[in-house]
Design a protein around this ligand. Structure first.
Ligand SMILES: [Fe+2]
Ligand SMILES: [Fe+2]
Length: 200
């Protein structure tokens, strides 16, 4: 039987002890689920890619190791090559594996933007992501010194490529609609993300 979401969750917890890394993967999973529903794609597949993509970041914390070495580990564990390819494709400049399937484009589009949304929630006095409006994320996007690690050009290009790959299903869609969908998806799992006000 091919591996699925539960296996992904297990391997994430096996190799990731830092709860913030797990939360990043959960956030990306939430965005991926929302898109799978919107686009009528296989939700388990999209969620699996989202939760799995950085499972090895803690053990391979540099970009010469991640996600290439993680991909080897997935192969050893019997993951199918398609999912291994999807994981590799979230960092094409390092792995040489370009996004091909729609799920690959979705993953790169959802990946980094979650970091900006999380950072935006954390500077709110309430520290509750459910109080974050799209307008605030937009403002933070424009302030390049804020969450400077989030490469705006890279995100914008990834989102554009995803929208193009989705074709008519995302016709007329733009960066901000994408950010809004990711924000709403993350708001839906505020508790799992620890962004439910408990840090205020
Ligand atoms: Fe990564
Ligand atoms: Fe990531």
């Amino acid at each position: 039987m091919s591996k699925g979401y539960q296996d992904a969750l297990e391997i994430v917890h096996e190799f990731t002890k830092n709860p913030n890394f797990v939360k990043h993967m959960l956030a990306v999973e939430a965005g991926m689920r929302a898109y799978a529903q919107k686009l009528g794609e296989d939700e388990e597949l999209w969620a699996t890619a989202g939760i799995l993509h950085d499972f090895d970041w803690e053990i391979h914390p540099t970009l010469d190791e991640h996600p290439v070495k993680g991909a080897e580990l997935l192969r050893e564990r019997g993951w199918d090559e398609e999912m291994v390819r999807t994981v590799l494709s979230h960092y094409p400049s390092g792995t040489g594996v370009e996004p091909e399937r729609l799920v690959d484009f979705g993953l790169t589009a959802c990946d980094e933007i979650t970091g900006l949304i999380t950072a935006t929630a954390l500077v709110r006095p309430s520290k509750d992501i459910r109080d974050v409006r799209l307008k605030s994320v937009k403002k933070k996007w424009k302030d390049r010194s804020f969450a400077a690690g989030v490469d705006r050009e890279h995100v914008a290009a990834a989102v554009e490529a995803f929208i193009a790959a989705a074709g008519p299903a995302l016709e007329g869609w733009d960066l901000w609609q994408h950010v809004d969908l990711a924000l709403q998806a993350m708001q839906g799992i505020a508790t799992e993300l620890g962004l439910d006000g408990r840090l205020a």
